[in-house]
Design a protein. Structure first.
Length: 535
């Protein structure tokens, strides 16, 4: 199995990756058809968002059966074949564990509704007095409590009404989750991503539901009962984790997870719909995590995922003339840091956000948000959906310039981005200077240079919103040589003088840049470069 420090993980949103049977929705056979592409890219593990049986109110994050594959994706036998086919290419599969809640269609919840006290105890059912004392706002809007007249009780749903929160204070629930993980371990799964895991221990606060008092106890218990000490790579989704929590989650002793997703660097704030990317927030938060976890934990490195806008549209400049240079810049910035890089499908091609009409929306969060903003000017609502809506990340993978972008022979379940004829995998595979080949080179550099994996981190120009500059240092214990890596990047669409070039000593090697020509003292728009020095 690939060690954590060299592992690069590629996230697949199966509904939108590759359709093999012409129904307009991606499936497991489709993923198998594209394994050679992923092997060419050089990734080590594929994180699949949920493929379990589900009503798909929240696109699979409403699980109706943790041990069954949804028929729209295929069969359990096909999943086992995918695991085996990927393994022959040196690629592991990471499953998405939705441990905080189930679909209300799940058998456990149906038995709870039928009056079975055992299964009522699996969920957070509360009476009127408790609900009055603990009002909860659903993340998707409206109350987080739903009344069940037949039981004269309310159940908690931190997300959609169809996603009932499990009660992890019940030991039986924790046992069930460990058994689910062990079921998939027996199938050959090599990694797990844990959805909103910081919410499983409830903090009954009007400001937050996450980071409850037993959170780390429960994770350590789960670790010991399932994936711990098996060489399994794990990551927890933790929207509310500060540095201290991150150090607990990713403790090098292996007692919890390999790493966590922390979202501070995205600058989404309390109201993500009106947020704008702030380079200073990104730089300072990444520096804090790089330094705070060095030797005391492990970072995950990511710019996008299925819940976020397209990376080049959020961080870079998705205008045609600057899309590739800025996409390469941000790839260099991220992949030269310490941690495990995650590449979201299409990020390696520079896939972009699209313009949405409200009748095209498929994401339950965006639909709820649109309905809850009757006073918002239509142009502003459209701008927000285009900039931050989750559907941006869920448009079909752009494989080629054929109808439906090579994703399917039928109309896809969600609208394509109109730019697929210009931005697609076939074109970029054939062009050596493409963004795809930039990602290939970065993956190879990470595996070749220990300073990228193990070096310390120092941010330069921490108060400069126009540039990102940092260096990494690592001393080779075998030779005594100090390896120093320097990254310099111009974040603007104009030319800029670049400080710190004096750090490039005589004999330094230019490892990589995103322009054909070597950098000078003035950097071109969105120019970035990295050097390696030995002493």
């Amino acid at each position: 199995m690939t060690p954590l420090d060299t592992c690069v993980i590629y996230q697949i949103y199966p509904m939108s990756f590759q359709d093999s049977d012409g129904d307009g929705m991606g499936d497991i056979k489709g993923i198998r058809q594209r394994l050679d592409y992923l092997a060419t890219l050089g990734v080590d593990m594929l994180w699949l968002t949920p493929v379990y049986r589900s009503p798909k109110r929240d696109n699979g994050y409403d699980v109706a059966d943790y041990r069954a594959i949804d028929p729209t994706f295929g069969t359990l036998a096909e999943m086992e074949q995918l695991i085996n086919d990927a393994a022959t290419r040196g690629i592991g599969i990471m499953m998405d564990i939705v441990a905080n809640h189930t679909a209300t269609e799940h058998l456990w919840f149906q038995r709870a509704l039928a009056g079975d006290p055992r299964y009522q105890a699996y969920y957070v059912f509360r009476d009127q007095a408790f609900v009055d004392a603990h009002p909860v706002q659903s993340i998707f809007g409206g109350s987080g409590w739903e009344y069940v007249p037949e039981l004269d009780l309310y159940y908690l749903h931190n997300f959609d009404i169809s996603q009932a929160d499990l009660d992890w204070d019940n030991p039986a629930v924790r046992t069930e989750m460990a058994e689910v993980i062990n079921f998939w371990l027996a199938k050959g799964i090599k990694g797990f991503r844990f959805d909103v895991i910081d919410m499983v221990s409830k903090e009954w606060s009007p400001l937050a539901m996450s980071n409850g008092p037993r959170l780390h106890d429960y994770i350590r218990e789960l670790n010991g009962a399932s994936f711990g000490n098996k060489g399994i790579i794990t990551v927890g989704e933790t929207w509310g984790a500060d540095l201290a929590h991150m150090q607990h989650y990713s403790n090098p002793n292996g007692s919890e997870f390999s790493m966590v997703f922390n979202f501070e660097h995205l600058g989404l704030g309390q109201d993500k719909w009106s947020s704008h990317f702030d380079p200073l927030t990104f730089k300072r938060s990444m520096a804090r995590h790089q330094q705070g976890l060095h030797g005391r934990g492990w970072n995950s490195l990511f710019l996008g995922n299925h819940d976020l806008p397209r990376a080049v549209s959020r961080f870079g400049d998705d205008r045609p003339e600057w899309r590739e240079p800025s996409g390469k810049l941000w790839a260099l910035v991220l992949h030269m840091m310490q941690g495990t890089p995650f590449i979201y499908q299409g990020e390696e091609l520079g896939m972009t956000n699209r313009h949405w009409q409200t009748d095209e929306l498929r994401d339950v969060e965006a639909i709820h948000y649109s309905a809850s903003q009757p006073g918002l000017a239509p142009a502003e609502l459209s701008r927000r959906l285009d900039a931050i809506g989750r559907d941006n990340a869920r448009t079909p993978m752009q494989w080629d310039a054929s109808p439906h972008a090579g994703f399917s022979t039928a109309k896809p379940w969600i609208a394509l981005n109109d730019n697929y004829m210009d931005i697609n995998a076939t074109e970029q595979l054939a062009r050596t200077g493409s963004l795809f080949h930039c990602y290939r080179q970065l993956i190879a550099l990470r595996k070749a240079h220990p300073v990228i994996r193990h070096g310390d981190f120092e941010l330069l120009d921490g108060d400069d919103p126009l540039r990102i500059s940092y260096h990494r240092r690592w001393r080779d214990p075998a030779t005594g040589e100090t390896h120093t890596l320097l990254l310099l990047a111009n974040l603007t669409a104009g030319t800029l003088p670049m400080p710190h070039l004096d750090l490039v000593e005589r004999g330094a090697t230019l490892l990589m840049g995103n322009y054909p020509d070597a950098p000078t003292t003035t950097f071109a728009p969105y120019q970035a470069a990295i050097w390696l020095m030995l002493a």
